[in-house]
Structure formats: C-alpha cells, structure tokens
Design a protein around this ligand. Sequence first.
Ligand code: SAM
Length: 211
Amino acid sequence: MDTINKIINRIHIFYSLGVIYSIKCKYSQLKVALYYVFFDFDKWHIYSTFQCRPYKKIVVDMVNSLNVDSVLEVGCGMCDILGRVNSKAKIGVDSDIKILNVSRIIYKNKINLVHSDLKNLDLKYFNNIDCLIMVNWIHCISPEELHNILSPILPKIKYLVVDSIRDDAEAELNYKYRHDFKFLSKYTKEISSNSIKKEARDIKIFKVAPC
Ligand SMILES: C[S@@+](CC[C@H](N)C(=O)[O-])C[C@H]1O[C@@H](n2cnc3c(N)ncnc32)[C@H](O)[C@@H]1O
C-alpha cells in the first residue's frame, strides 16, 4: 500500500510540475507533425493540439453541459473540439481543404465535413442545428461582418459558442478584432463565460431568445 501511495504521490508531483502535461503535448504534436508531412497544412495545427491548448477542453466541457443533439462548428480545423463533443449529429465546416482532408481521415463517418467559407455556407446546413461553435478565428473578421453573417443564422440555432480576446491581451499578439458581441444582446442572452488563464481569451455561450 505504501509503495502505491508513493507512486501516486510522484505522479502528482510530476503533474503539478507540468511534466505529464508537457509530455502529452509533445507527443500529440509529433502525431500531427506526421500528418503534416503528407498534407502540408497550416503549421498552427501542429503547435495547437488539444493536449497543448487548454481552451479546447473548456469549449468541449461547456458544449457538453448543454446536452444538445446537433452541433455545427465553423472553422473546425482538425476537429479537436467537435470530435470530443457528445452530440448525435456533428457538422464541421472549414475553408482550408488541406486540414479538412486530415479531419476526413481521422473522423471518417463520425463528422459530416463541409469545405466552405462561413460567408458562402448554405443556410440549409443550419436546419436542425442546436449549437453553433466558432472559436479561435473570428478575431480575423470585423464585428460588422460577424453581425451580417450571423443575422440569418441566429433564428435557426439555440446556442452560439464563441471566443473573445480580452483587453489584457498584449498588443503584439496581433489579434485584429476584439469582439464585445454587443450586437448579440438584441437576439441572445449570455448564459456562461469562462476565462482561459494563459491566453487572454474568454469562451462565451449565448442562448438565442425565441422570436
Ligand atoms: C486557428 S484554427 C482553429 C481550429 C478550431 N476551431 C480549434 O480551435 O481547434 C482556425 C480554423 O478556422 C478556419 N477558418 C478561418 N476563417 C474561416 C472562415 N471564414 N470560414 C471557415 N473556416 C475558417 C481555418 O481554416 C482554420 O482551420
């Protein structure tokens, strides 16, 4: 019993030093790097695996707490988030065909993957969708554009999960837009928000008000 306690204690020490976290992160990066050799996608996906970026698990946990049947993620990348969400129906949309091809290999029949930019995405994909996720890329589009794109989509969904860059994020991090989502207050109510400590990023869930 003593030996088992000692082993558990050591694992805890390793954990608290971040050693196991680092090993898991490096190992996952190595696996994605192997895909990179064949698919030549944006290197961001190598450095930002589920194991290396804590915000992804937070999004997954927040979405799973909603108990929804159908989820659509725009800008799904390698489906690190969508692949871990517990919903019966999943649609992943991304404008980058290279990363989508990797997701197609990993998630085969489990996720319906669509190659499209959000701007051109047919509204039919939002029929029967409970929750829309858009994280870690909407800082590239202006609040006006986001408003215009979301206006016809909001009446079709129940929840919207987005991220916003907090004001304390350093300027050199080069985020073009920091959304306050003021325009959403007309159609939705913010029901939860989580701050990601090391990232100056908040994850927010908005519930769409019935018309
Ligand atoms: C930084 S990655 C984040 C991936 C995923 N959301 C995550 O957090 O793991 C951003 C992804 O959004 C996609 N993307 C960017 N702008 C987009 C747009 N307008 N429509 C669809 N996908 C877009 C990129 O191709 C990329 O795969």
